[in-house]
Design a binder for this molecule. Structure first.
Ligand SMILES: Nc1nc2c(ncn2[C@@H]2O[C@H](COP(=O)(O)OP(=O)(O)OP(=O)(O)O)[C@@H](O)[C@H]2O)c(=O)[nH]1
Ligand SMILES: [Mg+2]
Length: 365
């Protein structure tokens, strides 16, 4: 999963990125058009269940689930289309972490000389809607040319797509974005290649200081109803400073500021919730590993994430829950308690399931 950290200039994106990735050196650094810089780092998803499983099974290798964070600079309130390269980068992420300035500091310039979290959120959302609108208009123009030219797709097909894109146009005009309309499977397929910005989930991170107002009412706006459930507040600069301290000092400061969990934990937990993600585990002497799935993933689909052969040759999955294993203490006790199950193709994998896939390997000539 790839999450893009975005926001207006100097809102604290790089500060948050450094906090989230301080144990990992950023792997890629691209400068696009000289105006956009993208730093990328792949981060382990902290999970105490994996820690427990690792202690229990003593595997040769322990692998956590992973999230890729990208620090994406270059978004301004220009009210013009983004450069193509920036748009491509933005359209390729699975979701956004939108950092919003919510701290006052005369030394840090604000592009619009104001401290107004709600105003900044709306500015960026408008930029996203504008860019989606331009993409939609471009597509409508191409469709109209296709219609005039003839000879290719059937008129019914073209007309179907035109209607759909007109619907997207209306949605962008009357509300924040494309995510407000329900699309059927065929329509989803037609829009999927465009990577519309307003159709992606967004977590808002209010980058606050200890004096700022941090309640959700701060940004209450009926236009962005859905965003309300995806807002957290962090003290970005303080969080970053804490990551640079020795462990003892770090816990002292966290207590001092009433921080119950680290910025990394908070952001990852909220991202999982926003993306509606779950984890399942595979265990053994060689490796204990966490895998990320979306809601409603069937056992064969989950098996396919481990290996495509496990998907095609799927027979059954042996399943026990982490909760049962950690409570009862061993696989045999889980079995004795009747909590160990064999599940078939229809089974929907649950968060915390420990899976062992039975499959028939394909014959290779
Ligand atoms: N007072 C205060 N300063 C902060 C906070 N977060 C970030 N800063 C400072 O604000 C300045 C900009 O922060 P960055 O993290 O570089 O912001 P950015 O969004 O990456 O900036 P650009 O990449 O230039 O758009 C830096 O000097 C930070 O130290 C905060 O919570 N409080
Ligand atoms: Mg930056």
């Amino acid at each position: 999963m790839k999450l893009g950290i975005i926001g207006l200039p100097h809102c604290g994106k790089t500060t948050l990125f450094s906090t989230l990735t301080h144990d990992y050196s950023p792997t890629v650094q691209i400068v696009v058009d000289g105006s956009t810089q993208i730093d990328t780092a792949v981060v382990n998803v902290p999970d105490q269940r994996i820690d427990w499983l690792s202690t229990h099974y003593h595997p040769k290798k322990t692998s956590y689930a992973k999230i890729t964070f990208q620090d994406i600079s270059g978004i301004t309130s220009s009210q013009e289309s983004f450069p193509r390269s920036l748009l491509t980068i933005l359209s390729q992420v699975d979701g956004f972490i939108h950092v919003v300035r919510n701290f006052d500091d005369p030394n840090i310039p604000h592009p619009m000389q104001r401290i107004d979290a709600k105003g900044d959120i709306n500015t960026l959302l408008n930029e996203f809607a504008l860019n989606d609108m331009l993409t939609v208009e471009q597509r409508l123009e191409n469709l109209s040319n296709e219609w005039d030219k003839g000879g290719g797709r059937s008129r019914t097909e073209i007309e179907y797509e035109q209607k759909l894109f007109e619907q997207l146009h209306d949605a962008l005009e009357t509300s924040y974005g494309i995510d407000t309309i329900h699309l059927n499977k065929q329509q989803q397929k037609l829009v999927s290649g465009f990577g519309f910005l307003t159709s992606k989930p967004m977590l808002i991170v209010l980058n606050s200081d200890d004096k700022s107002e941090k309640t959700k009412s701060l940004i209450a706006d009926s236009r962005h109803e859905k965003l309300k459930s995806n807002i957290i507040s962090l003290m970005g600069k303080l969080e970053m400073e804490i990551t640079q301290l020795e462990e003892n000092d770090a816990s002292f400061f966290m207590k001092e500021y009433g921080l119950l969990e680290s910025g990394l934990d908070k952001v990852i937990e909220s991202s999982y919730k926003m993306m509606d993600l779950k984890s399942f585990f595979t265990v053994g002497k060689n490796e204990v590993r966490a895998w990320t799935i979306t809601n409603n993933t069937s056992a064969p689909q989950a098996a396919g994430i481990i290996h495509s052969d496990m998907h095609s040759g799927f027979i059954r999955a042996e399943v026990m829950s982490f909760a049962d294993l950690s409570k009862l203490g061993s696989e045999s006790l889980v079995k004795a308690a009747g909590k160990w199950r064999l599940e078939g193709k229809e089974y929907i994998v649950q968060d915390g399931d420990i899976l062992n896939v039975r499959f028939s390997p394909p014959r290779r000539n």
